[in-house]
Design a binder for this molecule. Structure first.
Ligand code: PEP
Length: 241
């Protein structure tokens, strides 16, 4: 499969900034055939980004969704609404949702189930904190996140994308070495019932993308900060093996 390059814009880019960024990216990498490029803007930018990328090679995802399809959940968004504006993917279990917004494995599992039921492809993120790695708990934490997140839907893992995102590497400028990433990717893969695509995320930048993508275990990347500028994201999309 073609490598996946996903850009998580987090809570950045209002609709007019988003429009400008998409136009620059379409010009720079709109024609790249050997990559799957997924743009993941904030909710309020999804309609305009969806319009701009219609009939292009770019794909779009949401940053989160509720596990119910609709209802009295003020401030939440339904996966069906994401689909209605053109999303094919949704990030679930991102470390900022787990650690800042307090989402637990059980909630993430419910969201993954709903995403699959309504036909969205979950980008299911797992990763250990600095302290957990330092105390030798990386495998235990990843194992729990995978087991709980996939509870009851283990046989559907081929319909999802997984992302190994060590929390200590997200937004910190500290990237996992290719060896560290490969070790955890192999561990994750050994736990899965069926083959699934596994991305790496955590301070991916133009100056480390090539070395990461040389590893065949790393089937793509989830990029935060460096996806906000057309120049840096373009270089990442055009990585060299
Ligand atoms: C992310 O948001 O998933 C991420 C990996 O962020 P950054 O690239 O900024 O570390």
């Amino acid at each position: 499969m073609e490598p996946i390059i996903a850009g998580n814009w987090k809570m950045h880019s209002d609709p007019s900034e988003s429009r400008k960024l998409v136009q620059e990216l379409l010009e720079a990498v709109g024609d790249v055939k050997e990559r799957i490029v997924i743009l993941i803007p904030p909710f309020t930018s999804l309609p305009c980004v969806g319009e701009l990328i219609r009939n292009t090679r770019f794909k779009m995802g949401g940053q989160n969704m509720h596990w119910e399809r609709q209802g009295a959940f003020t401030g939440e968004t339904s996966g069906l609404f994401l689909k209605a504006v053109g999303c094919e993917y949704v990030i679930l279990g991102h470390s900022e949702r787990r650690h800042v917004m307090g989402e637990c494995d059980d909630v993430i599992n419910k969201k993954i189930r709903t995403a699959l039921e309504i036909g969205l492809i979950p980008i299911f993120c797992v990763g250990e904190t600095d302290g957990e790695r330092a105390s030798g708990e990386t495998r235990r934490v990843i194992e729990r996140q995978i087991k709980e997140g996939l509870k009851g839907i283990e046989s559907e893992v081929h319909k999802m994308i997984l992302a190994y995102e060590p929390v200590w590497a997200i937004g910190t400028g500290k990237t996992a070495t290719p060896e560290q990433a490969v070790e955890v990717h192999e561990f994750i893969r050994s736990m899965l019932k069926k083959p699934s695509t596994i991305l790496y995320g955590g301070s991916v930048k133009p100056d480390n993308i090539d070395v990461l993508m040389k590893e065949k275990e790393i089937e793509g990347v989830l990029v935060g900060g460096a996806s906000l500028k057309a120049e840096s994201f373009t270089r990442i999309v055009r990585f060299k093996r």
